[in-house]
Design a protein around this ligand. Structure first.
Ligand code: F6P
Length: 494
């Protein structure tokens, strides 16, 4: 990608919980594999083009910690990174790290931000959660902030810091305290809910979150809806002055800007993967056993993805349309996720039970209505993207959802996107998709049926328009737009 001129005159410091590589030890040998997730993939593309950048991330595995220690906690050149980017892995106290990740970040913040709590019953905020915040989230954020501040100070106090996501809300305020000259930019990759949703957190916690984020110069989201929610929260929960037209908030004599940049994918890379022999093998296997219609979903096993209601809608569809029996398969490529968090373990178990129930109800000797795979193999995912007739993306709430963008780009069968109105991607792709209401199961069943039976020309036009949009507004544009705005802020007068 082209990095806008002038941006990398300032050193860049990227900060995220997961980093670009994860080390492990197999058969006594160290191996490094690319870190997973859309955020990491998108930033790795940027990092490889920079001249002076440091990526600060957590040392997550035992082997990550060994690597961090070998470098005395300092930044080092790493496998797969460009010549101008170094990696600094922050070693965390395991107990604090568990509280930070498995109690506060997930589920507490994640569930607040995706509207997942069942407020009549959950969450209970007890001493456990308060302790996890005070002795997990706060110190881990402080460790990250101190590592960032050291890197900034080593560069004379002037740098652009790009913080990622909900794990690190307290970092910006602390970095600003130590390095007032720094430009702080924070990208929140998940939804930012309306102000009342934050009232689930006790005042001290939610104020810490907002004040931490307000240490930034720019707070960026995938959509305008989240940027507006953020400002409304500043006004209602902190009593700050906001401007909903310019999307700014005044705090402590500074102006903080809320911005929105929809993340996307790297079309060339994805198309190269789609053309690879490994994908072709999966494609042959899937094509051999497919029925007339293939419905697909690809998700992490996360309650925000609304996987259970998707299967209930399929159950309704098969009940309403017995003529579809043995002619349609719902392939669900579901990747187990956050298995150290109780809610995620239970969710995966409920998925398995529901799939068994639907298969027992409608299945025949040689037809399983739902095929559930928990492999998480990306080559298989891409093969399935090429072959689906309808892709179901029905999240309760989702920052963007890159599955919808990836699938639109590589599908070969004029497949139709069935897309939740609460996926960030709906702002761009909704016009070409069949819209799903995440809670209305009958509507989902009817919409999937409409998608399956849609006229061929219409399917082709809609898919072509979606693919063209994704190709045009790709991940390089997502990064370029942010960096251009950063450069503008760096100019005198700002
Ligand atoms: O922004 C959400 C996100 O952090 C993604 O980048 C990532 O793919 C996903 O959540 C997985 O999260 P975790 O790091 O908990 O596995």
């Amino acid at each position: 990608m082209d990095v806008p001129a002038g941006v990398d005159e300032d050193p860049l410091i990227l900060v995220s919980n997961r980093g670009p590589v994860e080390y492990s030890r197999e058969d006594g040998k160290r191996t490094a594999k690319a870190g997973h997730g859309g955020l990491v993939t998108a930033l790795a593309g940027l990092a490889s083009h920079l001249e002076d950048a440091v990526w600060v991330c957590a040392a997550l595995s035992e082997e990550d910690m060994a690597v961090a220690r070998e470098h005395d906690g300092a930044a080092f050149q790493h496998e797969g990174g460009g010549p101008g980017v170094r990696l600094r892995m922050v070693e965390l106290d395991p107990e604090a790290q568990h509280k930070f990740y498995a109690i506060i970040s997930n589920p507490l913040l994640w569930f607040v931000q995706h509207y997942l709590w069942d407020l009549g019953n959950t969450p209970d905020i007890t001493r456990r959660e308060v302790d996890a915040f005070d002795n997990g989230y706060v110190p881990v954020n402080a460790r990250f902030a101190d590592a960032v501040a050291e890197e900034v100070e080593a560069r004379g106090g002037r740098a652009t810091v790009m913080v990622q996501d909900y794990h690190l809300y307290l970092v910006p305020e602390r970095v600003r305290d130590r390095c007032p000259e720094v430009l702080l930019h924070h990208f929140v990759h998940i939804p930012w809910p309306h102000p009342d949703a934050w009232r689930v957190l006790p005042p001290a916690m939610r104020q810490a979150v907002f004040n931490g984020v307000l240490g930034n110069d720019v707070v960026a989201f995938h959509s305008r809806r989240y940027a507006r929610n953020f400002l409304l929260g500043c006004e209602e929960l902190l009593g700050l002055e906001v401007d909903m037209v310019r999307l700014t908030v005044e705090v402590g004599g500074r102006t903080v800007r809320a911005r929105h940049y929809p993340i996307s994918v790297d079309p060339d890379e994805l198309e190269a993967t789609a053309a690879s022999p490994a994908v072709a093998d999966h494609e042959r296997r899937l094509a051999e056993k497919r029925r007339e219609h293939l419905i697909l979903r690809v998700d992490r096993a996360d309650p925000s993805k609304n996987i259970l209601r998707g299967f209930r809608a399929f159950d309704t569809l098969l009940g309403d349309h017995p003529e579809l029996a043995e002619r349609v398969t719902f392939l669900a490529l579901v990747q187990p996720s956050r298995e150290d968090v109780e809610q995620y373990v239970e969710y995966l178990e409920r998925i398995r039970q529901l799939v068994d129930g639907v298969n027992a109800k409608y299945g025949t000797a040689d037809w399983q209505p739902i095929e559930l795979s928990l492999e998480g193999d990306f080559d298989e995912v891409v093969a399935a993207y090429k072959l689906f007739d309808v892709l179901v993306v029905n999240p309760i709430s989702d920052g963007m959802n890159l599955v919808a963008k990836e699938a639109a780009l590589v599908n070969h069968r004029d497949g139709v996107l069935a897309l939740s109105e609460n996926a960030g991607a709906h702002e761009e792709l909704g016009q070409f998709a069949v819209t799903l209401h995440p809670f209305d199961i009958q509507q989902q069943a009817d919409a999937i049926f409409a998608a399956l039976t849609m006229d061929g020309h219409e399917r082709r036009d809609r898919l072509a328009a979606s693919a063209a949009l994704v190709r045009e507004d790709d991940v390089a544009k997502w990064l370029r737009d942010q960096l251009c705005d950063v450069r503008e802020l760096r100019e005198p007068g700002h």
